[in-house]
Every structure is written in C-alpha cells, then in structure tokens.
Design a protein around this ligand. Structure first.
Ligand SMILES: Nc1nc2c(ncn2[C@@H]2O[C@H](COP(=O)(O)OP(=O)(O)OP(=O)(O)O)[C@@H](O)[C@H]2O)c(=O)[nH]1
Ligand SMILES: [Mg+2]
Length: 293
C-alpha cells in the first residue's frame, strides 16, 4: 500500500501596494466575503486571516494592508504589522495588477532592509482587464489570476502548495476565518462607510463594539462610530439620520450573512479628534504598538 502523503499546512501572505486586489483575491480563495473591498485604496488596515483546506493541504492566508510610505501613526502601525506578518510566512505572494505589469521587485515595493526568508511569488491580478495574449505573456514571469472569474485559482494553489511544509492542520477544516465576529463588525461598518461616504471621510472613520449579546434574537450589537470632526459627525448621521441608518443596514446584512442569525445593530457616532495620530486610540482600536527590536 502506498503511504498516505503527509498533510501540509502553511502561512501565505497576500502582499503588495494598496488597491492591487489583495482582499478580493483572499475572498475568492476562501469562497466567502471576509475581507472588505473598495475601489478606493487603503481599505484594509489590519491583516485578515482566511483559511482554505483542500484535500491534504491547509492554506492560512493573511491579507495585508497595502505597503506604503507611512504619513501618520496609523499607517506606521499598519506597515509594522504587515512587515511582522511577512517575516513569519512560508510563502509571500506579491500581488501586482496585470494592466500595470511588469511588477517591480518586491523588496522595493515593501522597502525591505533585509530580504525575506520565504519565497516571494509574483501574482498578476485583475487578469480579466487584459487580453488573452497579454495574459499568456505575463504567465512567463508570474502567476496570472483574476478574482472576477477565470483564469482559475487552481494553478496558484498548486504553486503555493509546493512551498508549504508538512504538518498537521492548525484549524478545523470547515473553518474559513479565525478572527472574532467583533472584528468583522468593525470591518463591515468600514466597508459601508467606503460605499456611502465621500472624499476623505472613510479614512477618518472607524468603529468600536461596545456591547455584543449573542444569545439574544435578534443578536444585539451596540457600536460607536468614530470620526475626527464635528462636521463629519453631521455627515455620518445625515438628514433625519438617513445616512447612519444606511451604513448600519449594509453592515448588518453582512454580519447576518456571516453569523447566520438576525442582528439588531445599534449605531452611535462620536468625535475623537486626530485618533489616527493618537497612540492610545490606535492601541484601543487594535493597532498594536511595534515590538521593540
Ligand atoms: N476587474 C477586476 N477588478 C478587481 C479584481 N480584483 C480586485 N479588483 C478591484 O480592485 C479594487 C481594489 O480591490 P481590493 O481587493 O480592495 O484591493 P486591496 O489590494 O485589498 O486594496 P487595499 O486593502 O486598499 O490595499 C476594487 O475595486 C476591486 O473590485 C479583479 O480580479 N478584476
Ligand atoms: Mg485590502
């Protein structure tokens, strides 16, 4: 009898510049809308973990915030978190949009001082936006994918799998995410803010779960939405409360899909000036302080 192959389990980063399609690819890989997506850059602030267990292989994907030159404290913490995650991966996928190929070296995109131990695979995203001939050309220097349909993701998975170590699964094969529902409540509110608020507003927007009563039906979730200025608070509330109602309704729908139960989402808005530049506020909102080297 041939021996059963050992299971493989490994950690895989989806990394690259902002807006290249990292979160969309994560969602396509795990088959669920876990990570928020927006046509506007810098939607992802904190890594989102997505799991795919296929036969004897468990892929633990880490969707990272886009790598950029930080302009203020929140962006510094986003970058530190992304770099710390990159250093513990088995494989790093460097995502770059097919229409903007070729991809620059990952070291220059990430401005790494030391190269990574893990292999870096170039992945050309948004392949549906280029011609079949161009896709064939790009396939000689990278893995060509689209989150919007074919080309399929099986080729990508096969390429990743070859680099994953043998080892037991770390998570239940049926699991898709690892982070608490509270994390996704904030994310889905932020996604609704990207969809419904204009200009700079979504960038100064975040939320915090104050109360979560999951044994009740509907599940009761009370959140505070934070903005940086009084004028923004008025916009978020909207005439007669219509904007905050719309934001809450969109987020609630996503939360209900995730937990499979009806939800009552109770939203309140507060002003927290300059929270993106405040160490205390950022720590409170889940952006860890960098570990000292
Ligand atoms: N046509 C097409 N559009 C895509 C594809 N993947 C992503 N997009 C679009 O590209 C935009 C950015 O996608 P995201 O997945 O949010 O990109 P990201 O790299 O996670 O962005 P940040 O988190 O902001 O760094 C969105 O408008 C997506 O709908 C794709 O395969 N094809
Ligand atoms: Mg993203």
């Amino acid at each position: 009898m041939p021996e059963r192959p050992q299971p493989r389990t490994g950690h895989v980063a989806l990394a690259g510049a902002p807006n290249v399609g990292k979160s969309s690819l994560l969602n396509a890989l795990v088959g669920q809308h876990l990570a928020i997506v927006s046509p506007r850059a810098q939607a992802t602030r904190l890594p989102v973990v997505g799991l795919l267990t296929a036969d004897d292989t468990q892929y633990v994907f880490h969707d990272l915030p886009g790598l950029l030159e930080p302009a203020y404290l929140m962006q510094s913490r986003m970058r530190e978190l992304a770099l710390a995650t990159l250093r513990r991966m088995h494989v790093v996928l460097h995502l770059h949009p097919s229409p903007d190929a070729p991809a620059p070296p990952f070291e220059s995109v990430a401005r790494l001082e030391q190269s990574l131990e893990a292999p870096v695979l170039t992945v050309y995203t948004k392949a549906d936006l280029v011609s079949p001939a161009r896709r064939a050309e790009l396939a000689s220097s990278g893995i060509v994918v689209s989150a919007a349909g074919p080309p399929g993701l099986d080729g990508l998975l096969a390429r990743i799998r070859a680099h994953l170590p043998e080892g037991e699964f770390e998570h239940d094969p049926g699991d898709v995410g690892t982070q608490p529902v509270r994390f996704f409540v904030v994310e889905f509110l932020r996604e609704a803010a990207f969809e419904l608020l204009e200009d700079e507003l979504p960038y100064g927007f975040t939320a915090e779960v104050e109360e979560f009563r999951e044994d009740e039906r509907p599940v009761y979730i009370r959140v505070t939405l934070f903005v940086e200025r009084e004028s923004q608070k008025r916009i978020v509330i909207g005439a007669g409360g219509q904007t905050i109602k719309a934001i809450g309704a969109r987020a609630r729908q996503r939360i209900e899909e995730m937990i499979g139960a009806p939800v009552y989402l109770d939203c309140w808005v507060k002003v927290l000036p300059q929270w993106r530049r405040s160490a205390a506020a950022l720590t409170r909102f889940g952006f860890p302080e960098a570990e000292s080297p």
